[in-house]
Design a protein around this ligand. Structure first.
Ligand code: SF4
Ligand code: SF4
Length: 747
């Protein structure tokens, strides 16, 4: 049986609110107009006495909805919490009203009253979310048994979680199996040392909580966080019994940038042009290569950034190649003490304490550093290579003659599809479809098939242009676009061993956090702790597939007819599906079509004769809405005719609200969300971009209604651009005033 909604309104006259607004008038909005039975004003609501009054009223009056008219909800959030059965809404009278508008002014008073009406409408049309709970498996699957995978497995096991560690090769170790020596990671950071592979493998093998399966590929992963069903293929045999895991760390590492693409640096053309991996193999195994083959060698030249930091190849820095060349220069020095060693670089980039190793190598005899851009390589009659170098440190063109040329090739992630690597290709070679007959998503963003997810949107983690799994580069790098699956190590970004280990800890903590949150029925980042989730009234679904296509996190699979099949623990609670649905049948308990429509309808619209425009602004809760608090903090003033509604994401704006607002008599509508594009800041990846696409339909609709398209505008804003907000508001009000009021007002 539905519990009766009982609302109490508490207004604070502190923090200058009472000096700028008529509190009695405001209280009358609650009591006389909205018929709220309990409404109290306090001069210092957040102090002990004020909070105690609210708590007592909850107990004696049976209140279950509290509207606090005071400061922003970003302040005192714990103080104004009254337990799981009481919903609280904060009406921001301080930052959004009195700190940003003229005191004791009719328009400011109207603004405060409207926000109070909206807050009351909001709690009256919302329900208290109940967490989605289901059985959660706590085993963590770590895919990839290199440094990242083994470190992650140990981190999860040390935290008390069972781990399943899979490796496609017959042994653990990944690239460390092919690495001869490492640069020291302890004081004084100037020596070479063993890689530590054996100790690391032994630790993993000795840990009871870690089950290692080698020669193992992932045949299929279905399900959702807390309940992933994993089918393994061990030594080419598909396992009949699938396993269940709760979260996944993908640590599948990197592969070499294909040196065949480096013909301009002589690879494949001259047999004494080799790669840094061939040099490492030479030292590790003693196996000769085309250049280091027992013949006397008098000179070596390393060409740095071979393929990296090059717009025609990999535009990014591969991060480790400088240190690798410094290390190999030292190894060569030991083996060929009289040889001259040249390192030709764009910049030497040695991370963290590796700088100390760089300094040490600089001091060595016979190792020479030459800054410059490598031009043509030609083979001389004696077999040596002459390298043309432009833009050397002194600006001159110079030439270096060397018996052996070593290319410091870059890193590409194992998730990059295609035949990129010549050797040591760590991508899953299996190309067959694992989608159980379902058509693979059209998305070109999905990389190489490694995890073989049965998601409607594709088999693997969506990736960025160069194959690295997509994540929010500023706010949450480990989070991929598949909830419960975290990328760790060089599959996520080029990095050295120290960084790989740290990264593995980060991803492991995320996997553990996911399991903990899923057990409580709560969302993970960026809406950590949110208990609300989308509910689909499928009886009215037209199978248009918009929600299943637009969900950025692959939450929704679909049946043969196209009806969405939600997997709630995959959901990040962004509300984009709600924004996408033309039938308006998706809702959250505390964020719904009805709730926002009621808030819009609660605003008092002056009639056309008063000539006061009304602007509705939907602001994304992640950057734009918090910016408004900063605007308030700095007392920046803006037009009092704007009414702001915060939304989960700009993608969570359903176009019906725009129609509602225009028919209610609003004169113009602003939508302000995060930046999108390559360096997007949208916390839900695609939300603000999708909102912009949907605006095309809105503009079309406006034309049909013979309304100016400029009445609805969309903008991007990052939080550091908060100063733009008041300007945006003021200019828009001016533009609308010039355009004239909404002709449908009052109809
Ligand atoms: S669009 Fe967002 S809220 Fe909707 S199902 Fe996907 S993740 Fe969840
Ligand atoms: S967007 Fe709405 S109508 Fe379309 S498939 Fe999804 S739930 Fe059904």
């Amino acid at each position: 049986m539905a519990i009766e909604t009982k609302v109490g309104v508490y207004l604070c006259s502190g923090c200058t609110i009472g000096e700028c607004l008529n509190m009695d008038e405001l209280a009358k909005v609650a009591t006389d107009e909205c018929k709220i039975p309990v409404c109290k004003t306090d001069s210092w609501l957040c102090n002990e006495k004020g909070i105690e009054t609210i708590k007592k009223d909850i107990e004696t009056e049976g209140l279950n909805r509290i509207v606090i008219g005071a400061c922003s909800n970003r302040f005192l959030s714990d103080e104004f919490k009254f337990g799981p059965n009481v919903m609280v809404d904060r009406v921001n009278l301080r930052e959004n009203v009195v700190w940003t508008h003229k005191p004791n002014d009719e328009d400011t008073q109207m603004l405060g009253s409207d926000y109070l009406r909206m807050g009351i409408a909001k709690v009256k049309t919302s329900e208290i979310p109940e967490p989605f709970t289901t059985e959660i498996n706590e085993t963590i699957l770590v895919v990839g048994g290199g440094v990242a995978g083994m470190t992650s497995a140990l981190a999860c096991a040390d935290a008390g979680y069972s781990v399943l560690l899979t490796e496609k090769e017959p042994v653990l170790g990944g690239w460390l199996n092919k690495t001869y020596k490492a640069v020291s990671t302890s004081m004084p950071f100037t020596e070479l040392e063993d890689t530590g592979l054996e100790e690391l493998v032994a630790k993993v093998d000795d840990n009871d909580k870690i089950k290692v399966i080698t020669s193992c590929l992932i045949k299929k992963i279905s399900g959702q966080p807390g309940q992933f069903t994993v089918t393994l293929k061990i030594k080419n045999e598909v396992q009949k019994e699938p396993l269940t895991v709760g979260a996944i760390v993908q640590a599948t590492g990197w592969k070499q940038y294909n040196p065949d693409k480096l013909g301009h640096l002589g690879f494949g053309k001259f047999d004494n042009v080799i790669t840094n991996l061939q040099v490492e193999e030479y030292f590790k195994t003693g196996k000769d290569n085309s250049a280091m083959n027992g013949k006397p060698i008098k000179s070596f030249a390393f060409i740095q950034c071979a393929g990296s930091r090059d717009e025609n190849h990999l535009p990014y820095c591969s991060s480790v190649c400088c240190t690798a060349s410094l290390k190999q220069a030292m190894l060569i020095r030991e083996k060929y003490p009289d040889a001259l060693i040249y390192i030709i670089y764009k910049d030497i980039r040695t991370l963290a304490q590796n700088e100390l190793f760089y300094k040490r190598v600089q001091e060595e005899d016979n190792i020479f550093f030459t800054k410059g851009e490598v031009g043509e390589l030609t083979k001389d009659s004696d077999g040596s290579i002459t390298i043309d170098i432009d833009k050397s440190l002194l600006g001159d063109k110079i030439q270096i003659k060397s018996d052996v040329v070593i290319l410091a090739t870059g890193m590409v992630p194992s998730t990059l599809p295609g035949d990129v690597a010549l050797e040591n290709d760590s991508a899953n070679p299996e190309e067959e479809s694992n989608l159980d007959g379902k058509k693979e998503a059209e998305s070109a963003e999905v990389g190489a098939k490694i995890l073989n997810l049965t998601y409607r949107q594709g088999t693997d983690l969506p990736t960025l242009k160069y194959g690295f799994p997509d994540s929010h580069y500023i706010c949450f790098p480990y989070e991929t676009r598949r909830t419960g699956i975290y990328a760790a190590g060089t599959v996520r970004s080029p990095m050295d061993i120290t960084a790989v280990k740290n990264d593995a800890y980060g991803a492991s903590l995320k996997a553990i956090q996911l399991i903990t949150a899923a057990k409580l029925g709560k969302a993970v980042h960026p809406r950590s702790g949110d208990q609300s989730y989308p509910d689909f009234f499928l009886q009215r679904c037209t199978q248009c597939k918009r929600c299943t296509e637009e969900c950025p996190f692959g939450t929704l699979d679909e049946d043969d007819k196209g009806t969405p099949l939600p997997n709630i623990t995959r959901c990040r609670r962004c509300g984009i599906c709600l924004g996408s649905c033309p039938e308006r049948i998706i809702s959250f308990k505390d964020y719904s079509i009805n709730m926002i429509s009621s808030m819009i309808k609660s605003v008092e619209i002056p009639d056309e004769f008063e000539e006061k425009p009304r602007i509705l602004a939907f602001l994304c809760e992640n950057d734009a809405y918090p910016s408004l608090d900063i605007v308030g903090k700095y007392r920046m003033q803006f037009d009092p005719n704007v009414r702001v509604i915060p939304v989960k994401c700009l993608g969570a704006v359903n176009v019906v609200w725009i129609a509602d607002a225009l028919s209610r008599g609003f004169d113009g509508i602003l939508l302000i969300g995060c930046k999108h594009g390559d360096d997007y800041q949208c916390h839900f990846i695609k939300g603000s971009e999708l909102a912009e696409k949907r605006m095309d339909n809105v503009q079309e609709k406006l034309k049909q209604l013979v309304l100016e398209p400029e009445r609805v505008q969309i903008h991007q804003l990052s939080i550091d651009e908060y100063k733009k907000l008041p300007v945006l508001f003021n200019e828009f009000v001016e533009e609308i005033t010039e355009m004239g009021l909404n002709p449908y007002k009052g109809m």
